[in-house]
Design a protein around this ligand. Sequence first.
Ligand code: GLA
Length: 735
Amino acid sequence: MIVLDKEHKLFTLHTQNTTYQMKADAYGVLLHTYYGPRVRGGDLSCLLQYTDRSFSPNPNAAGTCRTYSLDVLPREYAASGGGDFRIPSLEVEGPDGSHTASLRFAEAQVRPGKYALEGLPAFFGTEAEADTLVITLEDAALQLQVELFYGVFEAHDLITRAVRVVNRGEGTVRLRQAASLCLDLPGGDWDLITFDGRHVMERCPSRAPLRPGVQSVGSVRGTSSHQHNPFAILCGRDAGEEHGLCYGAMLLYSGNFQAAAERSQFESSRLVLGIHPYHFCWTLDPGASFTTPEAALVCSSQGFGAMSRRFHRAIRSNLLRDPYGDRRKPVLVNSWEATYFDFDADKLVELAAASAPLGVELFVLDDGWFGARDSDSSGLGDWTVNERKLPGGLEALVTRIQALGMSFGLWVEPEMVNEDSELYRAHPDWALSVPGRGPSRGRAQLVLDFSRKEVRDHIYAALKRVLSSADVSYVKWDMNRSLTDVWSAALAPERQGEVYHRYVLGVYEMLERLRQDFPNLLIEGCSGGGGRFDGGMLYYTPQIWCSDNTDAVDRLRIQYGTSFGYPPCTMGAHVSATPNEQTGRTASLETRGAVAMSGTFGYEMDLGKSSPEERETIRKQVEFFKKHHHLLQTGDYYRLTSPFQEGPYTAWAHVSPDGREALVNLVTGSTHAALPFTSLRLQGLDPNLDYRVNGGKLWPGDVLLTAGYPIPLFLGDYQTFQLYLEAVDASSPAF
Ligand code: GLA
């Protein structure tokens, strides 16, 4: 609900459990008065204090008043140069070379439903689900208009933000920084949690107290990156999984980003999230506008678990555009780790034939099917079927796969080109490179300049031909290197600071075209695994290959970290061969299955090499997944223990929204002799109901929530244990 008090220029956003408030003060400065647990409302600017602070300048409009300074007030969207020395949200270079803007309130408007952003990913919502507030600020001297968009999803406790900057003046201005979100909070005593890592070990949470000054993470790799995720949490020092105040901030963007937090001299804190200012400079000619990516905020006073579940629900219902909706997606087998580049049609059909009787429904042909692609150093860019490997093209192969009762999926990497390719030989200037310099290679490939329409059009036409040549129901859209040599032949020198962002817009445009032309196609995102796992990609690709690391034990950490912002149904996760190819670790099929099931679920191995016993286990595993998919896909997710903390096991649960059904998963760590007894305290159940556990005894919900369930002792490392709980209606004697 949005309460617009025009008279007092007071703007209050209420969600079910939170309140967010702004007020334009006597000078027209938009102040941020409150964001936290829901309060009744009223004018919360009474919380703000004013005093004379040395070295904190007073704006010209304040005259001789020394107690008013932008340097100390909580701001909603702070431009640089006006006496606020904290991290700015906006830095504008005026036609005269100045870097100062003074944004003052102009008007506010409420609109039913959720705003959309042209060409950019954004949460969507009907009038029943969301409302929009648009606050317009203006800089009179530059004649610059800044529109702040707020989307309020009351039931999800989610607030989205985006900003549009319009040049209404007669000169050209340049944006040096345009953040999506600025959040000023009182107090300096916060912890910052970021999600960091590397290729094959993405999104590990890292928590540290805010120190005085600026702390930031980000990406300048052209993608959101394996190294840092565009999602961060500010939380109280005492906040944990089930208690404490926390603020989650997510940027729906797949390119360079920065998440910067600052603890100021007077113990207030600021979080700024948006496109990274590195090599960003956007020219706005008279009349032109720039729209930032969207950011989304969730506040929870019941810890990280509740925060995550709010993001999960909102993402599932108002961000993903999944052709399957809540219907179960097919269980897939992917050819990559089974064959790498070494296959022909018979080998592929053999792989599929070994999988179909086990209940696997979708066969995905990974890399190696096109051009002269016999290794990773050639062929990218040539999106025509390699008829030497696949005589008769895709159609012949798909017919054989479908005859096994399976559907067919395909891997592509449209943004890339190998120098050893027909495409590169014909259009060497289509790859990003700086004139006079040889471009850096990554995995022996260069990056196509997707900021250019003719490049996108050419690649799109080739992809469309391939995807129309056979019945393809799934595509894995990969992207296997970071951007370097970022310079576009299509832009003037003073506009080269636009290339990174235009590249991302180009990727989004391609994905949108694909969605429009093939509305039933399920697209899985991928960038060397989880190098572009972000809310922006999720708008186009409702699932993303979580990591190239398929080791079940490492995946416990990767999927745990990923779950802080993103729901399990978005995490591409497969059972792969053991010993694992990335770590050499051995884990049981049951353990690998339980971990993969908490994502999209599938196999990434040659199932023909499995023993009869293993095949039976796999058949049962697939059956189990199909039976419980609704819980796994749409249940609420509870992190019961952390794989990063010393403990005998990692546990998590999927609980139906009504609390009547739950699937609890547990994987033990490396074992020791004479282990102590432990019980696992569950969450999300109804204390007043009794639950039948694994079809056997009845357990009272309140006991499971407080005392927990006793965990049997296991022999061996990395054992798994699954509990299926179902509430029974009549209260019968428990135990
Ligand atoms: C990337 C992906 C893998 C696989 C290979 C193919 O590394 O993450 O899953 O598709 O590319 O080259």
